[in-house]
Design a protein around this ligand. Structure first.
Ligand SMILES: Cc1cc2nc3c(=O)[nH]c(=O)nc-3n(C[C@H](O)[C@H](O)[C@H](O)COP(=O)(O)OP(=O)(O)OC[C@H]3O[C@@H](n4cnc5c(N)ncnc54)[C@H](O)[C@@H]3O)c2cc1C
Length: 649
């Protein structure tokens, strides 16, 4: 069917927030014509999307996999010791939810309250948090929902390493809980839940849940993919449509091939934290000075557009584990037998296959003790007093274990690994993104801002030590992979201990070099025994400096971008009002994570969905409609009516 040239509502960008808005509005009123325009490809029934265990492939950057766009810092950063950071974000229908790691967590109640915006407190948003969930885990918390389109479960399997992690967590003072996503708990560990449907084994992405579901039963939702929105069309200050170009710039004699679609009622920008400010600026909404430099007519002078970029910061350390452990390493490094076994398992019984998991089975949220705070320096302590002290529901760091190396396996020695992820949840550093030209194919000016506030070093240093202590107390622990740890002085107590001799001999029984001695180059590791680990490693000032250098050299995005079009008063640099209207315009809203005025301590898919649900309600209200629940049936994943998903079998 051809596409209409005029519709009622246009949604630009098919990430989680955009899919929720488009799907909810179209389902609310079959006579309302809604168009969703997405820059990437359609994700429908793509096995490289819906099989949960293959997600790391989405981070390949080989020119064939185009499911992600890679934003690189324009300038080298002195805060990263002269390095440029890279932030991949989604370029596919479903946005981040089609390529992300599927880790389910939620923001703390105080995160929403800290927005200090009418209608956006945690209490206001709780019904919407429930509305979006099909929670498939047992829980004592009353904060989850059971009839929504997004499935949350433990996936098809939970590895034994997760239990090992949880026991070791307890040993370092982080207690186990059955649900730390209750909006309150800030110090505890759990079996980490996943956006995977327990009944089908499939990834629970936002396009399948909100868009394909509606397109299966109605014909008022028009989907345009591989189409990049270049700008919003205004009549005066009123948004009346958008122009888009083909996603790939394939010549056309140097001319822009723009197609224009008109919107009778509303234009919604949902192109994500890094995409949305670029569309606004190309449309004349942004800093007046920048518009004038780019020769763009100013529609609304909003200097806050593209500013206050935030993320969470990841460092990761790799540990060796016993040869008996199940990890994804052989599968990931391309071992034919391992791949055949796991893919076949998926084909026969996807709901209980090892691939219907992300292999990230356990994790924790942590806050420092009074003693630990003393070690964390004046910059972090000042932030602590101002930001964390009186908000006991805010964790400082998350940690999680991956059963396998999250790394390029061609660069690793053979063997089995676990990855300890350390995530800084509320960095004090800030970055920015702005267009460098009015041409939609031009690279923007991007400054991730990573580590540009010194307060961010101490909590990452602290959590590196914590996860290291945890790893050493796991029964499966067999050493630390030298290349993925700080470079401590070889004489220091903190010096990294690589694989132990017993495990190395088991792994390579015929090798002539296992155990050779060449001083600090090669030294056989002592046989390891977790039961003998009773004290924490003591770090010197020099060791701490080695950790800080390692952080500057390696810290990267957690792919949780937010904040570049903040919902706050215009005079404070705000871009949208509490109803998500863009200041100085009419019929134009922004609905995605760019609207967050402050950080959210969570893996952000849940928050993007929530912002989408809130945006859908606000637009429905503007149009005199009401969102219908339950939503249209999700393809492959029917939710039996009236029975809690946790009780269905
Ligand atoms: C690699 C990765 C791993 C992650 N892991 C997790 C995880 O495990 N758990 C979790 O909770 N969260 C995770 N996240 C974060 C989560 O997926 C995001 O926070 C969420 O997707 C943000 O939603 P959004 O709607 O704001 O924007 P996005 O998901 O960024 O969606 C924006 C959409 O707009 C499109 N777009 C951009 N520009 C244009 C344009 N000009 N025209 C048309 N379309 C455009 C993009 O292609 C994209 O589809 C991860 C994200 C990534 C990238």
């Amino acid at each position: 069917m051809g596409h209409p040239e005029e519709v009622d509502v246009i949604v630009c960008g098919g990430g989680p927030a955009g899919c929720v808005v488009a799907g909810r509005l179209a389902f609310a009123e079959p006579n309302l014509k809604v168009m969703l325009i997405e820059g990437g490809a359609n994700n429908r029934d793509d096995p490289w999307v819906y099989r949960p265990g293959i997600y790391v492939r989405n981070m390949q950057r080989d020119g064939v996999n185009d499911k992600a766009t890679f934003y690189t810092d324009t300038m080298k950063s002195s805060h990263l010791r002269g390095r440029q950071s890279i932030v991949p974000c989604a370029n596919i229908l479903g946005g981040g939810s089609s390529i992300n790691f599927q880790m389910y967590t939620r923001a703390s109640a105080s995160d929403w309250d800290d927005f200090k915006t009418d209608g956006w407190s945690a209490q206001d948003l709780l019904p919407l948090m429930k509305r979006l969930e099909n929670y498939q885990k047992p829980s004592n918390s009353d904060s989850h929902g059971y009839d929504g389109p997004i499935a949350i479960s433990n996936g098809g399997c939970v590895s034994a390493l997760a239990q090992d992690f949880l026991r070791a967590s307890d040993a370092i003072g982080v207690p186990f809980s059955d649900d730390i996503q209750d909006l309150d708990t800030a110090h505890g560990s759990e079996i980490w839940a996943k956006y995977i449907n327990r009944e089908t084994g499939r990834r629970s992405d936002a396009a399948t849940a909100y868009v394909h579901s509606v397109m299966d039963v109605q014909n008022n939702l028009f989907l345009r993919t591989n189409a990049r929105v270049s700008r919003v069309i205004f009549e005066g200050n009123k948004a009346v449509g958008v122009a888009y170009v083909p996603a790939r710039n394939r010549g056309h004699g140097g001319k822009l091939m723009e197609t224009i679609v008109r919107a009778r009622k509303q234009v919604v920008i949902s192109s994500g934290t890094l995409g949305t400010p670029q569309i606004l600026e190309r449309s004349g909404v942004g800093s007046k000075d920048l518009m004038q430099q780019m020769d763009i007519k100013v529609v609304s002078d909003l200097p806050g557009v593209g500013e206050q970029y935030q993320d969470h910061y990841t460092t990761l350390s790799l540990y060796r584990v016993s040869n008996e452990s199940f990890t994804l390493d052989d599968f990931l490094r391309g071992d034919k037998e391992a791949q055949k076994e796991l893919f076949q398992e998926w084909e026969t019984a996807p709901h209980k296959a090892r691939l219907s998991s992300n292999a990230i089975d356990a994790g924790f949220k942590i806050r420092p003790t009074e003693e630990e705070l003393k070690e964390m320096g004046p910059e972090f302590n000042e932030l602590w007093d101002r930001y964390f002290k009186d908000k006991p529901d805010k964790p400082v760091m998350f940690g999680s274990i991956v059963s396998g190396a999250y790394a390029d396996h061609s660069l690793l020695p053979p063997g089995k690994y676990v990855t300890m992820f350390q995530y800084l949840e509320y960095p004090a550093s800030r970055g920015k993104i702005h267009i460098s030209s009015r041409n939609p194919y031009s690279e923007p000016y991007f400054d991730s801002g990573f580590m540009n506030n010194k307060a961010d070093f101490a909590p990452i240093r602290w959590s590196y030590k914590k996860t290291r202590e945890l790893a050493r107390r796991m029964d499966a622990f067999r050493g630390e992979l030298t290349s993925h740890h700080p470079h401590f002085h070889p004489g220091s107590e903190a010096a990294v201990q690589d694989i132990d001799i017993a495990t190395a001999k088991q792994m390579l029984p015929d090798a002539l070099t296992v155990g050779i001695h060449m001083g600090t180059w090669h030294r056989p590791g002592e046989k390891f025994d977790a039961a003998k680990v009773h004290h924490d490693i003591k770090y010197t000032e020099e060791d701490d400096k080695a950790i800080d250098d390692w952080i500057a050299d390696h810290v990267e995005t957690t792919w949780h971008s937010l904040g570049t079009c903040a919902m706050k008063p215009r005079e404070q640099g705000g871009v949208v009002d509490p109803r998500l209207n863009v200041f100085g315009t009419t019929n134009l809203k922004v609905v995605d994570l760019s609207i967050c005025p402050d950080n959210l301590g969570t893996n952000t898919y849940s928050s993007a969905l929530l912002v989408g649900e809130k945006g859908a309600d606000l637009i429905a209200e503007d149009l005199g409609l009401k969102v219908r629940t339950p939503h249209a049936p999700v393809p492959h994943a029917p939710v039996p009516a009236g029975v809690r998903a946790t009780q269905v079998r």
